[in-house]
Design a protein around this ligand. Structure first.
Ligand SMILES: [Zn+2]
Length: 445
């Protein structure tokens, strides 16, 4: 009797699955095993510090986490005496293809795109060596961080695991309209292909273009901002129907939405539209705080950047329009952080590195503690909370068997002195060691 086609297919599929399971089991059995002896380990889920712990890594995943010092036969042993181990750090707000300097505004006209891309490889490496094994890139040029993400994943470039929004999305003249400040002859009329939209239909189109071009999430600019050459740094720049269309379309495609928002009204519209995180959030009022708690909206405060841009403005580093906004907006974030934390908003670690030099992503830890947050909470922000905001806490954000073996170490105890987060001495990403004894490993294995 002839077997019906569908059951042939089923048998073939079952055999293939069994084969895949078997080869996965064999691969695991043969994967090189490394054990790391940590003097202390930060438990990011409980928010507590554990004593001496042995972390076993098989291939690219954590395999076991056991108290004390174990050294199984045949395993490669890495001793980290006096060090505190933490899950690989996650920064949910970076811009890897730029770094603001005194020539930035002129470079927009003179620098070739290829130069920006090459710079991004250096910034990515610095970020990884600072202990940030995963980042969320929230705004780039022409999807160059989609390529950077893929090259890092393929092993041709060294850097953190990237989840990218591609170019940030705004309305005409908005914070991400790169033709702001250009002469009329140079402006053209940027539209959805350049990530600029007007009206709900174009909002849907711009999100779909991002999906098509490989973005993992959406970054939108519903309020004015500091670093562009427009004059209004905090007013709303998207109507409610525009942001509703943008968010609902992104969610249809399984993409989360991060919004840059300084002013209270822009924050309110965004939270009501169902965004996943508010970035900066400088002038959030009590109603915004309540809405964010109700809607489980994450807050990425970028607190150090606020201080940094105000200091730079005083030194004359920016054009007058930008300097005025930097002085009025930047320093306010410290106070907002404190109010939002007391109000019960959930935080994820996001720095805006790129506005300040890459590799100094640890600075936010210092300022978050200054704003009154407990050191353990700031470490949770940069691990489990940041992974939850990415939607990948099943694979990232804690030292748990089965998750990616992303592990970093600092000297001493960050719960006693948060400044040790500036001295990451050991970095492992997916089981590969990139930094040891405070020095880059030149041929990572
Ligand atoms: Zn940013």
């Amino acid at each position: 009797m002839q077997m019906p086609a569908f059951s042939l297919f089923r048998c073939a599929r079952r055999a293939a699955l069994a084969c895949a399971c078997l080869s996965a089991t064999l691969a695991l059995a043969q994967a090189p095993v490394t054990v790391v002896h940590c003097d202390k380990l930060f438990d990011s889920i409980a928010g507590t510090m554990l004593g001496p712990t042995t972390v076993t890594i098989a291939g690219d995943k954590f395999d076991k986490v056991e108290p004390g010092t174990q050294s199984p036969a045949g395993a490669t042993v890495i001793d980290l005496p006096g060090a505190t181990c933490l899950p690989g750090l996650i920064d949910d707000h970076v811009h890897l293809d730029m770094q603001f300097g005194k020539n930035t505004y002129a470079e927009a006209a003179h620098l070739n795109f290829a130069n920006m891309v090459l710079h991004s490889t250096l910034y990515a490496r610095r970020t990884l060596l600072a202990g940030f094994t995963t980042v969320r890139n929230v705004g780039d040029h022409d999807y160059d961080t989609v390529a950077l993400r893929d090259e890092i994943a393929a092993g041709t470039v060294i850097g953190p695991r990237i989840f990218t929004a591609g170019p940030a999305i705004s309305t005409t003249g908005g914070h991400a309209d790169w033709t702001n400040g250009l002469s009329l002859g140079l402006q053209g009329d940027p539209g959805p292909l350049q990530s600029i939209f007007n009206g709900p239909d174009e909002a849907r189109k711009v999100v779909r273009l991002h999906y098509k071009n490989g973005a993992d999430l959406i970054k939108a600019m519903p309020s004015g901002g500091v670093m562009d050459l427009g004059t209004n740094g905090s007013g709303p720049q998207m109507s409610q129907d525009e942001i509703d269309a943008l968010v609902s379309t992104a969610h249809d495609y399984g993409m989360k939405v991060a919004v840059h928002a300084h002013g209270a009204e822009a924050i309110r519209r965004s939270v009501l539209a169902g965004v996943d995180s508010v970035e900066h959030g400088t002038f959030m009022d009590d109603q915004d705080i309540q809405l964010m708690v109700q809607h489980h909206t994450f807050y990425c405060p970028t607190v150090y950047t606020g201080q940094f841009v105000a200091e730079q403005a005083k030194k004359g580093a920016y054009p007058p329009t930008v300097a005025a906004k930097a002085l009025a907006i930047g320093p306010q974030i410290l106070n907002t952080v404190s109010r939002a934390y007391k109000g019960g908003v959930k935080f994820a670690y996001g720095t805006d590195a790129g506005v300040y030099p890459h590799g100094q992503n640890w600075e936010d830890f210092i300022y978050l503690v200054k704003a009154g947050l407990p050191p353990a909470y700031t470490l949770q922000m940069a691990t489990i909370n940041a992974a939850q905001l990415l939607g990948h806490d099943d694979q990232l954000g804690s030292v748990t068997p089965g998750k990616f073996a992303d592990l970093v170490a600092v000297p001493g105890n960050p719960l006693d002195d948060i400044s040790v987060m500036s001295q990451v001495s050991f970095v492992m990403k997916a089981g590969v060691v990139y930094k040891r004894d405070g020095k880059e490993v030149l041929q990572p294995e």
